[in-house]
Structure formats: structure tokens, C-alpha cells
Ligand binder design. Sequence first.
Ligand SMILES: Cc1cc2nc3c(=O)[nH]c(=O)nc-3n(C[C@H](O)[C@H](O)[C@H](O)COP(=O)(O)O)c2cc1C
Length: 357
Amino acid sequence: MILMGVLYENIIRSFLFKMSPEQAHERGRHALMTLGAVPLACRFLQTLLQVKEDKPVQLFGLEFKNRVGLAAGMDKDGEFTRAVEALGFGHSEVGTVTPEGQPGNPTPRLFRYPEGEGLVNRMGFNNKGAAAMQARLAKHYPKGKRGMPVGVNIGKAKVTPLEHAVEDYLTGFRVLADQADYFTVNISSPNTEGLRDLQGAQYLRDLLTALQAENAKLARKLGREKHPMLLKIAPDLSYREIDGILEVLLELGFDGVIATNTTIARPPNFTGETSGGWSGGPFMRERSNAVINYIYRATNGALPIVGVGGVDSPESAGEKMDAGASMVQLYTGWVYRGPSLARDIAKALKAHGENWV
Ligand SMILES: Cc1cc2nc3c(=O)[nH]c(=O)nc-3n(C[C@H](O)[C@H](O)[C@H](O)COP(=O)(O)O)c2cc1C
């Protein structure tokens, strides 16, 4: 797999980085959709790249083959989960999805900063809407069976005022309940005006209470377990604000927290785009590690943490696990390191697994 990494970083990446970041993303998206449509190729790659822990990782009532997932925002519409699985990930989080499709912010809205191994994005939840995602996932998995959990990350539309945000999240939940192995409530993207206010006491309890009530209602109706519910938070909160969030999550029986989304802060001496969220590299990593470690200590490990932010190597993933995460996700690291990264990390985490159970 070292060869695959070298090939990517020296040839494929140079080719992709000659395009605008969004063009490169589109190329990658199409390549992954094409791969996903060829079952034989997926099976071949999976044999080569999939790392399975000796015992599946049990979290939120689900089983994961390994501890590495694809973070939300890469597969916004659930179009290439089969390719993601073939490339060695143990789960994929699709979305953020809003009730109806929306175009997102005007371009350019995605920027590369190779010196900090980072990206700045202000995509603004461009997606095709909840019904389209439901139909696609149903088509890709006609028998309802898949080799890895797929989480659905739900959000609020740009046009929906904060006072009505609950309805958007409930719609996302209802429309995708038959396809989602877990749900992530995204209230932490910096690119939808006001969204992060949902992390505050004024809105948070009502939003999460309504979702859990709907979750319980559906579970009763179908005679099944409730969906695992996770909350994705920003790295720019004060510890006091995090305490407020944790209290609500524990009280309402949330299953875990995803820490963290992109940051509105910038590395020292940065002179690039000021609007949008920074992801990737050491700057993101340190910020999310601090939040993960705070949550782990504050809850005595009672709330499972999915660690995201600046994971781009086995070492950086190990730091997240040491900080208190039970699993990691990545996005920007994949852009800079290429397709063998999930396997390399999963393999390293498996080798050290006994330290993190
Ligand atoms: C271009 C881009 C789009 C993203 N879109 C979403 C999104 O729609 N929903 C979400 O919860 N996170 C989104 N994220 C945040 C990532 O899921 C992740 O939390 C963040 O980038 C930090 O991880 P990383 O350093 O590995 O990229 C996006 C990130 C990037 C770079």
C-alpha cells in the first residue's frame, strides 16, 4: 500500500491539484460512482484494502469492521458508499442532507492550502435533498443489506428560519429512517447562517428532545430499536458551552458525539480566505483533539466519541484515540494522502486495538 500512497502523492495528486478544488472533487466523485457501479472491481479492491478488527467494534449498538470512517461532506448525496467500503473504510457518513435539494453557496467556495495541509470551504450544504438520497441508497442496497454502517448527517435548509429548524431535522429523520444505520444531527457547520446558534441552550434541548421523541415513536411503531443518534459539534465552543451540550446529550440518551466539524479559526499568519471553515492539518487536529479530550474527561468516557479533524496518518489517528475517541473519521486527509489512507490507519489501529477498547 506504500506504493499506492507514493503513486497518489506524486502523480495523481499533482494532476488533481492542477484543477480547481471543486473540479477535482467532481472528478473524484465521478470516479468513485463509477467504481461503485462495478461490483467485481469493488470486491477485488475490498479484498486488497479492507482491514477487519479481530472482533467487530461495537458502538451505538452497531458493528464496525474497523475504526475508520469517511466524514460527512465528501459524499453529500450518498452516491458512492459502495466505493468507500471497497477502499477500506469501516463506515461512511453521508450528507449533510436537507429536506429539499439546494444549490449551496456561490462558487468559488472550496480552497486548498497545501502549506497547512488544509482546506477552507463554505459549500453551504449543497445537496439533492432527502428523498433523492433515500431513493439512491435504497437502489444501491436493494436487499437492505450492506457491509458497513452508513450514517446520515441531517441539517437545516438555508431558507428555514432557526425557529422552524426542528421541522427540517424531523423531515430528514423521517425520510431517511429506513436507510440510516445511525443519524448525526449537524448543528455545527459554519456555512449556514445561524446554524451554530442551535448549539446554544435556547434551541438545543427542544431540537434534540423532538428528535428523540420521533425516534422513540418510530421504534415503537416498527417494533425495532431506536436509531443511534449522534450530535456533531464545532471546535470553536468554550468548555462551558460544551458542558451545556453534554448535559443535554446525556439526559436525552444520545448515543455519541462527533467531534469536530471545521473551525472558523485560522492558522497563525494565514492570509487566505476568511469566510468558511478550515479543515485538515495540524491546526485542525490540535483543536479537535482538545475538544475530544475535554469531552472524554468531562463524561468519564460515558459518551462514545467519534474523533474527526486533521486525521491524515496512523499517528494522527492514534492521537485521537489516545485523547478519548472510540473511532475516527477523515475528510481532508484523504484529499492530501489518497485512497490507501483508510487502510493504513485501520491497520495501525487494529495493531494497537487492545489499548482503546
Ligand atoms: C469540503 C467540505 C465539506 C464538508 N461538508 C460537511 C457537511 O456537509 N456536513 C458536515 O457535518 N461536515 C462537513 N464537513 C466537515 C468534515 O466532515 C469534518 O468534520 C472536517 O472537515 C474536519 O475533518 P478533516 O480535517 O479530516 O477534514 C466538510 C468538510 C469539507 C472539507
